[in-house]
Ligand binder design. Structure first.
Ligand SMILES: [Zn+2]
Length: 411
């Protein structure tokens, strides 16, 4: 079907209605006079913009009005209660759904309600989408939220995703899903925007700095689990490249021999040698009883020398590739997420090798850190992605213009 137009990547005019909402959203709570200073608009123009946002249900006024001071005592904030977005984390062993209001507050979470069971490994994409939609309806049922409040859906998948059409490419979790556009299947259930994104990109979005100006964020996020994924934020935005493949550092050819197959087609890629799955495969070949990353962590914590050595060698390989990319991008942070980011020997080896191969100017300002909320990052990133789209200045400009036309047409 058609590629969806994503408004979050469309620039909007400074001082437009959508741009004023962007400022209110990024500031938290703000006065009309502060908005006038920030935009350079006349106070009367700011009031017109704000009134439009209030009547569209996107902004509300708080604070008291003292007699004779009109609105000057009032402050403005995003009206989070005017709708919600659905975030879905589609993992091989875990499927999580969460509802977040427009201000980013978590309303419902399938992890809390105890229904985050994985989908069947052989399920078709269409049946999967039907089941996900059913889970959404069940999650909302029994709460005081109305399904009609849904504004957007964002789905994270452990596979490369082409951009902007959201097509899944060479997924290792189920090769029969290659070429699937989940958004087209969701469109049979809802008309709201559907965004599909690689899960490591979502982790990168979730780790984008909330402090100071998020537009200053420069980071590389790496998901270390059975597989390896990574996402890049430059200037506060996800860097996807021309087709969505940016950040696929796991498929860089490195020294060594593949321990597992990889659908990328590149011989001896980093993932096929240094991922959790590759480490497990080598240890099993050597007679170790290990079949999961959790078991790897346990054996490493017990000091099993072969396991610790495998993790250390994998860390050196991952750190070397990250160092090359850090020299190229000069990021502020490298964020380690995923189950294996809890492994001290792996993380120490990544850190050591990364700093060893970094240029001094790159290393001086670089922080290698753990994810702030490793379990929550993919679902939080999906919520951020959906909110960035639904509150994108260009989309808000279209929405408020359409509303004004509708009102003008009403006899
Ligand atoms: Zn590969």
């Amino acid at each position: 079907m058609t590629a969806r137009r994503l408004y979050k990547d469309v620039d909007s005019a400074p001082g437009s209605v959508g741009d004023v909402l962007r400022l209110i959203r990024s500031t938290g709570v703000v006065s009309r006079s502060a908005l006038a200073r920030m935009t350079g608009l006349a106070p009367s123009t700011v009031s017109l913009r704000v009134d439009t946002l209030v009547s569209a249900g996107l902004v509300r006024e708080i604070g008291s009005v003292s007699p004779g001071r009109a609105r000057r005592g009032r402050r403005l904030m995003l009206d989070g209660a005017s709708g919600f977005v659905l975030a879905i984390e589609l993992g091989a062993n875990h499927v999580r759904l969460a509802l977040t209001d427009l201000a980013g507050r978590r309303l419902l979470d399938s992890d809390t309600s105890g229904d985050s069971a994985p989908l069947s490994r052989t399920i078709s994409p269409r049946a999967a989408v039907d089941e996900l939609w059913q889970r959404f309806e069940e999650l909302v049922r029994g709460s005081d939220h109305d399904p009609s409040g849904l504004r957007a859906v964002a789905i994270g998948v452990p596979a490369p995703v082409s951009y902007p059409e959201g097509r899944i490419v060479t997924p290792t979790f189920n090769p029969s899903w290659d070429g699937v556009v989940l958004g087209d299947l969701f469109a049979e259930h809802t008309e709201v925007p559907i965004l599909v994104e690689n899960d490591a990109n979502l982790i990168a979005l979730a780790e984008r700095s909330d402090e100071l100006d998020p537009e200053q964020s420069q980071l590389i996020a790496v998901k270390l689990g059975t597989r390896i994924g990574s996402g890049i934020i430059t200037g506060g935005r996800l860097h996807r490249g021309i087709s969505g493949a940016a950040g696929e550092l796991a498929h860089t050819e490195v020294n060594g021999v593949s321990a597992i197959g990889c659908t990328c087609g590149i011989p001896n890629c980093l993932e096929s040698i240094a991922s959790g799955g590759a480490i497990i495969a080598r240890l099993r070949d050597a007679g170790h009883d290990v079949s999961s990353t959790e078991r790897l962590l346990t054996l490493a914590a017990q000091g099993d020398p072969a396991v610790v050595e495998e993790l250390r060698e994998a860390g050196i390989r991952i750190g070397r590739v990250l160092g090359i990319i850090a020299n190229f991008l000069n990021p502020k942070e490298v964020v380690l997420a995923g189950s294996l980011s809890a492994s001290p020997p792996l993380v120490a080896a990544i850190r050591g090798e990364l700093y060893r191969v970094c240029l001094p100017l790159v290393a001086d300002d670089l922080e290698v850190r753990a994810s702030r909320a490793p379990r929550d990052a993919p679902i939080r990133g999906a919520s951020v992605l959906a909110l960035d789209e639904i509150l994108a200045p260009a989309r808000v400009n279209v929405l408020t213009r359409d509303r004004a036309l509708d009102q003008a047409d009403t006899p």
